[in-house]
Design a protein around this ligand. Structure first.
Ligand code: F6P
Length: 565
């Protein structure tokens, strides 16, 4: 594996530093001088139209960014990813989420594994299961068909499926619903199951490692809930609680109401889930890149084989664009490089993602794991500490809600916040009130926001509206606030797949430029270890309590003093 390049030692980095020093943002002027700027900087990637023209970039900046990509060997590393080199260096693994959506006939062998054959075998298993549930052929222990699927998982085993489910609600089979339990806070599971019928509920326990505390704890609690509820209904004669059930009774019920998704099929069997009801995947799929693996089983049930295949096809279409489009038209490459420009040269600490689609309300949360768990690193893949900023904070909410909450800061605050706006030409629900088309009102806001951000409003314009001089400054919009507009005809499974893959590749590009391994997540380990180590103190172990730092000890003491039972 080639050594990472310190980007700050490249010539392009120096050029960008120089450009940033004398940089004067002037979106209005740039559009005036170059009337075809919008056309020149708008691109098509699969079904997405991406307008980069309202970004704070000029031709010299874009050219220097292209040189930065060349000097940090982004394209070579992209090719290494697609062909299965072990670019996840700290875990010595290939990174092959793109193989999950390759057409079946597209052969790929990596490390002696026939990846294409394995992927299509598991997919066939997932589809078979999904179709049986959808057709009412998969029956619960009392012979009733399944109407609710509860996915238990966390991080990548939750955020992707939960986000996609919400986004594709119109494609969900009527009569079926999915719920998603992730938090170890008992509230999550209890609230999600409290109105469910155990006879028609099926749990999917999704965990890449099958060792995650939250997921295994929730899965055990769900199993107890299921058995207690079934027993209370008297389905086993003379036994009205889980405690009275024989091993065989429990196994029989669990086999009808629990399936699992994991790379660790041994642990699945140990948990008591029938290996025939387990769907595997491989350690070359990172958790946050796994929604298109068997981790998407709940989705395959919800939207069916056709919907899920379209979703995968959309991802593949974006992969192909990323893999083959020249740099000057390669949308993930351009967006990733522009993000580097903002992060390292214009010093933007955060990046907003603002979908104008209520269906995408979980998209920013999903992106937070994708981007921040991937690029929140301070050492390069050879262990050298970086001397420049890396991963920005991603955040957002759907428009127009965000407009009435935090857009004030984007428009008039002191920080520059690059923002991606996402919208669809066609509504799922065409609502009209007289002449008012509600979707047009919605899109009006989408178009207006990027316009306001880019071009602002001068003091003279404010005065011309008759504003008293004393409040003119407060009503000025400085403009030159960068945004990208992403549009597609409609939010379909395939378009959603394209969007997800777009952001996966943007994240990848940034990681390569920074020389970091975007595919490990060691930063989540310490908290897990400490939680395990100090839990006995919470349960009253004085020795362990004494070992805690004064602040933590005092907090645990507060807990003991205030816990009611
Ligand atoms: O703790 C972080 C993490 O490892 C994520 O990367 C992952 O998506 C999540 O936990 C869940 O892990 P698993 O799927 O193994 O339960």
């Amino acid at each position: 594996m080639s050594a990472p390049i310190d980007p700050s030692t490249t010539q392009a980095w120096q050029e960008l530093t120089n450009l940033a020093e004398s940089f004067q943002a002037d979106l209005a002027g740039w559009f005036e001088k170059q009337p075809d700027r919008a056309e020149q900087l708008s691109f098509t990637a699969a079904h997405l139209r991406v307008d980069l023209s309202k970004n704070l970039v000029t031709t010299p900046v874009l050219e220097a960014l292209a040189r930065l990509a060349a000097q940090t060997k982004v394209e070579a590393r992209r090719d290494a990813m697609f062909t299965g080199e072990h670019i996840n260096t700290t875990e010595d693994r290939a990174v092959l989420h793109t193989a999950l959506r390759r057409p079946r006939e597209d052969k790929l062998e990596v490390d002696g594994q026939d990846v294409s054959a394995d992927v299509s075998a598991v997919l066939a298993q997932v589809y078979d299961f999904a179709e049986r549930v959808r057709a009412g052929e998969w029956l619960g222990v009392t012979g009733k068909p399944i109407s609710t699927v509860v996915n238990i998982g966390i991080g990548g085993s939750d955020l992707g499926p939960a986000m996609v489910y919400e986004a594709l609600l119109p494609y969900v089979k009527p009569g079926l619903q999915c719920r998603f339990v992730s938090n170890i806070d008992p509230t999550d599971l209890c609230e999600k199951v409290k109105d469910l019928d155990p006879e028609t509920t099926l749990f999917i326990v999704a965990s890449k490692t099958f060792t995650t505390l939250e997921t295994l704890t929730n899965a055990r609690a769900a199993r107890s809930w299921l058995l207690d509820q079934l027993a209370a209904r008297g389905i086993w004669e003379g036994k009205d609680s889980a405690a009275q059930l024989s091993e065989q009774d429990s196994r029989q019920a669990v086999s009808k109401h629990f399936v699992a998704v994991s790379t660790n099929l041994e642990a699945v069997a140990e948990f008591g889930i029938d290996p025939d009801n387990a769907f595997g995947f491989w350690n070359w799929v990172g958790g946050r890149y796994s929604v298109d693996s068997a981790v998407g089983t709940a989705l395959a049930v919800a939207i069916g084989k056709e919907g899920f295949s379209d979703f995968l096809a959309g991802m593949h279409a974006m992969d192909e664009h990323f893999r083959t489009a020249p740099l000057s038209e390669n949308v993930p490459l351009l967006m990733g490089l522009i993000n580097v420009w903002y992060r390292n040269f214009l010093h933007a600490p955060t990046h907003a993602v603002l979908p104008y689609s209520q269906y995408l309300h979980r998209f920013p949360a999903y992106l937070q794991q994708l981007t921040m768990e991937s690029n929140g690193k301070a050492v390069r893949w050879d262990g050298e500490v970086v001397t420049y900023d890396t991963g920005e904070i991603f955040w957002g909410e759907p428009g127009t809600n965000g407009q009435h909450a935090f857009y004030q800061l984007i428009h008039q605050g002191t920080q520059m916040i690059p923002a991606d706006f996402i919208a669809f030409a066609n509504p799922t629900w065409p609502l009209k009130d007289g002449d008012n088309d509600q979707h047009e009102l919605f899109l009006g806001n989408f178009f207006a926001q990027t316009q306001a951000l880019a071009f602002g409003k001068t003091a003279d314009q404010v005065r011309a509206e008759g504003t008293p001089e004393s409040i003119v400054p407060a009503r000025v919009f400085p403009g030159n606030k960068p945004s990208t507009s992403i549009m597609a005809p409609r939010l379909t499974p395939s378009v959603l797949g394209e969007l997800i893959a777009l952001y996966e590749h943007i994240t990848f590009v940034q990681g390569v430029v920074w020389g970091i391994n975007s595919f490990d997540q060691w930063g989540v380990e310490l908290g897990k270890q400490l939680a395990k180590a100090l839990t006995p103190a919470i349960a009253g172990d004085q020795e362990v309590l004494k070992q805690q730092d004064p602040s933590t000890k005092a907090l645990i003491d507060y807990y003991h003093a205030n816990r009611e039972n």
